[in-house]
Ligand binder design. Structure first.
Ligand SMILES: Nc1ncnc2c1ncn2[C@@H]1O[C@H](COP(=O)(O)OP(=O)(O)O)[C@@H](O)[C@H]1O
Ligand SMILES: [Mg+2]
Length: 241
């Protein structure tokens, strides 16, 4: 089990549809759970793809606590109760919707420690993501609020014009590229089976576990940075008092 005492809240965001938010949310959640970490998956998207994925996930697989956060609480339950985390939760992963009308950028940013932004190698996706990042900083105040941001380049194929364009765009951003997800049908079959790619039986899919291990390592180091910043802030306010 990883040494990760405090809860880390991770929002997967991009207003562009189809860029891989649910793919990242479900694979990251199942990878964290497989490492023995108590993991929760919050689904803010009315399309409920993550919720459906969790509903077909077999009980024999590492447990993930699911919350259909897009739904109002059921009768007799308060919103606070619906959103409550089981004791000891280490990672909270939030899948969010596409489009500006469905997503509440300010709230999602405020609640997150880390924001992961999947992006596809296409001109349209690059344009939309550039606009989204602009809003994340301006409306969500992601930098002012000290949120950690990371880009995930999804469905990357080397040596294509689209991939070159994406690399060019990413080099210009002041946000690190923390992962690259290869384009493979294994992601499509994993989501249909309620598993992460590392849980597929296919031998060829096992090498993708390294992608998720890399992401988790980056998240853990972010957790350390967040901890040091809050300790510094606490010390400063202590000194000032
Ligand atoms: N790396 C990948 N390789 C192959 N298919 C992918 C990959 N990432 C996403 N997909 C597929 O693309 C579609 C859209 O991805 P999804 O994660 O649902 O995007 P979003 O949640 O941002 O709308 C899904 O059918 C998904 O299985
Ligand atoms: Mg989705």
């Amino acid at each position: 089990m990883r040494d990760q005492p405090a809860v880390l809240r991770i929002a997967i965001m991009n207003t562009k549809g189809g860029c891989g938010k649910t793919t990242v949310a479900t694979n990251l959640a199942s990878y964290c759970a497989a490492q023995g970490c108590a993991t929760a998956l919050f689904d803010y998207d009315r399309q409920a793809s993550s919720t459906r994925w969790l509903n077909i996930r077999q009980d024999s697989l590492p447990f993930i606590h699911g919350v259909a956060a897009f739904e109002p609480p059921k009768d007799g339950i308060t919103r606070a109760w619906q959103m409550a985390l089981p004791a000891g939760t280490q990672y909270v992963i939030a899948d969010t919707p596409a489009g500006y009308s469905a997503i509440d950028i300010e709230d999602r940013v405020a609640e997150a420690d880390v924001i992961l932004i999947p992006i596809l190698p296409s001109s349209i996706d690059i344009h939309c993501t550039a606009d989204f990042i602009h809003d994340l900083l301006l409306i969500g105040k992601a930098r002012t609020l000290n949120k950690r941001l990371g880009i995930i380049a999804n469905r990357t194929r080397a040596h294509t014009r689209a991939a070159d364009k994406l690399e060019y765009f990413l080099q210009d951003l002041d946000i690190p590229v923390i992962g690259r997800i290869r384009d493979t049908q294994h992601y499509v079959s994993a989501v249909e089976q309620g598993v992460g790619i590392h849980e597929l039986a296919e031998r060829d899919a096992r090498k993708d576990a390294a992608t998720w291990e890399g992401l988790l390592t980056w998240l853990d180091s972010s957790q350390q940075t967040i901890k040091s910043i809050s300790e510094e802030l606490r010390n400063c306010s202590g000194t000032a008092a």
